[in-house]
Design a protein around this ligand. Sequence first.
Ligand SMILES: [Fe+2]
Length: 176
Amino acid sequence: MEHNLKIKVEEFAKKYCKKDSEDAKLWENHVQLVRKFALKLAEIEKADKDIVEISALLHDIGKDKGRKGHNERSYELSKKFLEKINLPGKKKLILKCILKHSGNFSKEDNEIEVKVIQSADALGTFFDNEWQKFSRETMPKQELLDLFDKSFKKINLVSAKKIAKPQIEKLKKLLD
Ligand SMILES: [Fe+2]
């Protein structure tokens, strides 16, 4: 991705992610992990790297007003932001990735970039050690196990499932 564009997207996304009250490290931990896995999966799945990287950076910006419906708020904020950016041919799919990153869309047959973001979002949660530690300390075991299942179901790429499985086993062992 062009350097100036990357800086612009990062600055905008960081500003909103910093307003999230539930996860103080949303930007540093979750978003950077989603970005890392999105680029890794894009390599494996031959998806557009610019589209998935920008989508990863922007997908959770709407959490500044709470979790509920945050994908729609992320979409609206990103739409306004992207209007000012020169990115021919890629904006529509970026916005779709953002809008559909929530788990309830992962059964749909969408573009590979959308699947990459849905899967990377779940991987980002499984590999967020600080978040997982916080969850272990604050949630009952069964609730956590149910959450692992729910997040795993969101992963709709075989390549991403392979990455998730050993990590979930590791997390489950920490519950014993
Ligand atoms: Fe996310």
